[in-house]
Ligand binder design. Structure first.
Ligand code: HEC
Ligand code: HEC
Length: 370
């Protein structure tokens, strides 16, 4: 038994120092030249060019390595969970569970958000606690209820893999290492762009592309909350202040980019307030993009709503105006519930459904490389 161990260790040691002529050795002088990718090929002009990390230019090999890592359960302690276990392409990289399941069946604390157009975000996670994707990736990798991995073990696993030795060499001309691992994941996640929904063709005003009910929904979505003086009918539902623009997401934290949309009477999850320590930020959360929203149920940071109809019911007559940090954008109209009619609710849902980008969820460039 003991002898078998010694033999085994010997083989591992031998394998580690053997020079394999078939594989690039990953030294910095290697001749491999990665293929640069022009960001203009990734980001459509209708969205504008986002600010990108200057020290991590896109290359085909860098994006590909990130894609391998994203789909590889090798990143979790028992090789059972990959990023893609919780962020599934068919659901716009969200998943149809209120709370995700990590290793050993443990539950994540919040709902897994969709992933796309992240180059246009400056804050990440529901509580906006991360500023870069490069740093963010170390959280799920190490969280005990997500991938529960240790960094030394991960490094060892990557270095022991000829697949990754080759891929790191091609992308960065290095041996596998954690900094370049994070940069590759950054490249891949930044490269996920959703731009082909009917909403994106319509935006900002090609009404001829919409059906009658979608048009009515678009008007409600993009009009300020107001009530007819005589009939009392609601004339606008004001979604655009927080979910506006071509990305259907407000980017400015002070303008509804991070807000409390009145889900509860009091503070339950402290959200952004736990990060800033400011009482005014308690119960505030990053405002998600509504692109692909019909694909990403259940909704909100805790996955409390199962359907878009339930979400609309919340905004129509369920807003908790008594919540101490409710967004001034919602309480601006005298704390009066909108009480949308059944027709208005279904018009809004029809408009939200124009935001689905089926080319995005079937784009082979974003799918598993394995
Ligand atoms: C066990 C499920 C699970 C795994 C595995 C997982 N995530 Fe997540 N992810 C989540 C949850 C839940 C959140 C929201 C957490 C929060 O906001 O507190 C999240 C949030 C994110 C966000 C923030 C998105 C935004 O718009 O703010 C990014 C980016 C992300 N994950 C990328 C990754 C990457 C890359 C990996 C692999 C290294 C990964 N995730 C692995 C569940 C998971
Ligand atoms: C004051 C800003 C604000 C306004 C106005 C607003 N929202 Fe939101 N919305 C948010 C925030 C913040 C969240 C995330 C809240 C959370 O999870 O705690 C959210 C979440 C959502 C979600 C769930 C997203 C997901 O990925 O789970 C949907 C759907 C949604 N809003 C639709 C709408 C619609 C439709 C309107 C107009 C009737 C609207 N919102 C108006 C701020 C706003």
């Amino acid at each position: 038994m003991r002898r078998a161990w010694v033999l085994f260790l010997g083989v591992v040691a031998l394998a580690a120092c053997r020079k394999d002529p078939g594989l690039p050795q990953g030294n910095p002088t290697s001749a491999y030249k990665p293929t640069a990718v022009d960001p203009k090929e990734i980001f459509p002009s209708k969205f504008g060019m986002p600010a990108l990390p200057a020290d991590n230019p896109f290359t085909e090999e860098g994006i590909y390595l990130g894609r391998m890592l994203f789909y590889d359960p090798i990143l979790s302690i028992d090789s059972s969970v990959s990023c893609a276990s919780c962020h599934r392409q068919e659901y716009a990289f969200a998943e149809p569970a209120a709370l995700s399941t990590g290793v050993f069946g443990l539950k994540a604390h919040r709902n897994a958000p969709s992933l796309f157009n992240m180059a246009y975000s400056r804050k990440f996670f529901w509580d906006a606690r991360q500023n870069t994707l490069r740093e963010l990736v170390f959280e799920p990798i190490q969280a005990h209820n997500e991938m529960a991995m240790t960094l030394p073990l991960l490094l060892k696993k990557l270095q022991a893999s000829s697949l990754y030795r080759d891929a790191f060499n091609k992308a960065f001309q290095t041996e596998p290492n954690l900094i370049d691992m994070a940069k590759a994941l950054e490249q891949f996640t930044l490269s996920l762009v959703s731009q082909n929904s009917r909403f994106n063709d319509f935006f900002p005003g090609k009404f001829s592309l919409l059906s009658e009910e979608e048009k009515r929904g678009a008007v409600l979505y993009n009009s300020l909350v107001d009530f007819d003086k005589i009939t009392g009918e609601t004339l606008g539902a004001d979604c655009f202040h927080c979910h506006g623009g071509a990305l259907a997401q407000q980017q400015n934290p002070n303008m509804g980019g991070i807000a409390n949309n009145g889900l509860d009477a009091g503070i339950t999850d402290k959200g952004y307030g736990a990060i800033t320590g400011n009482v005014n930020d308690l119960g505030n959360f990053k405002t998600p993009s509504l692109l692909n929203i019909a694909l990403t149920a259940p909704y909100m940071h805790d996955g409390r709503f199962q359907t878009l109809e339930e979400v609309i019911d919340h905004y129509s007559d369920g807003i908790h105006y008594e919540n101490p940090t409710i967004s001034p954008m919602l309480s601006a109209h005298g704390n009066r519930q909108m009480n949308l009619s059944a027709q208005q609710k279904s018009d809004l849902v029809a408009f939200l459904k124009t935001m689905t980008d089926s080319a995005f969820i079937s784009n082979p460039a974003y799918s598993s490389p394995f």
